[in-house]
Design a protein around this ligand. Structure first.
Ligand SMILES: [Zn+2]
Length: 236
């Protein structure tokens, strides 16, 4: 019996030690570039994605989170010092964000590991922190994609509108199309338009009249001018 009693504590000890090691691998933390915030992963449901997440996702969010937080600053606001990225298998969208927690669809990222900046898009939602404010979702998503496609990855031309689509697009189509509209708006009126729209949505002050206040034109008028510009640029 003696060898058995010796073997049991040894086995328990090995189990405890390997459980501790794997827990650390499944919940790694990284400081953001500014040293003020922390990114933490939860790979419990997708341990196969841990190496990819640490190599690709961590550097992208570490780099961009502090920069986007500076870009979307507003008086009295402090971006969350914590960002959590957790992977789930039972979700039918690529990713979504609640508070400071980003939930990523493990299946989606297994198929599209190159779509790293989809999670920078989600980290931008953490910074937006619009909460339950009654903001137009097309503008929330369009502003987020404006940051992604014109600041984070302009080289991909991901929000460029092909000539054959110009006739059917609308400024409030959301995501990349609204991002293209906002890019045009910034060229016309300066980047403070983005800062003002962000601050108003964050503070629950957004009203349709804000477009007139910022530019002298309604959103519909601006949308019409944007489409004229798209058409003129395409025919050049
Ligand atoms: Zn989004």
């Amino acid at each position: 019996m003696k060898p058995l009693t010796l073997a049991l504590p040894l086995a328990l000890c090995l189990c405890a030690s390997s459980a501790h090691a794997s827990d650390k691998n499944l919940h790694p933390s990284f400081p953001m570039d500014d040293g003020k915030a922390t990114l933490t992963f939860d790979f419990t449901n997708a341990p196969d994605l841990a190496d990819w997440g640490m190599e690709k996702i961590a550097p992208a969010i570490e780099r961009w989170y502090p920069r986007i937080a500076t870009m979307l600053a507003s008086p009295g606001f402090h971006a969350s010092k914590t960002v959590v990225v957790e992977f789930k298998t039972q979700t039918n969208v690529p990713a979504y964000t609640e508070g400071h927690t980003i939930t990523a669809n493990a299946e989606y990222f297994r198929k599209r590991p190159q779509d790293v900046n989809a999670l920078v898009h989600e980290a931008t939602h953490v910074i937006q922190a619009y909460g339950s404010a009654d903001n137009p979702s097309w503008l929330v998503e369009g502003l987020d994609d404006y940051i992604r496609f014109y600041i984070v990855e302009p080289e991909t031309n991901g929000a460029t509108i092909k000539p054959e689509r110009i006739a059917s697009v609308h400024y409030n189509d959301s995501y990349r199309t609204t991002a293209n509209f906002l890019h045009w708006l910034v060229k016309q009126y300066g980047s403070n338009v983005i800062e003002e729209l962000n601050a108003a949505m964050r503070d629950g002050r957004y009203k349709p009249e804000i477009w007139i206040k910022l530019t002298g034109h309604s959103a519909d008028d601006l949308g019409a001018q944007w489409k004229q510009n798209l058409t003129a640029t395409a025919s050049n």
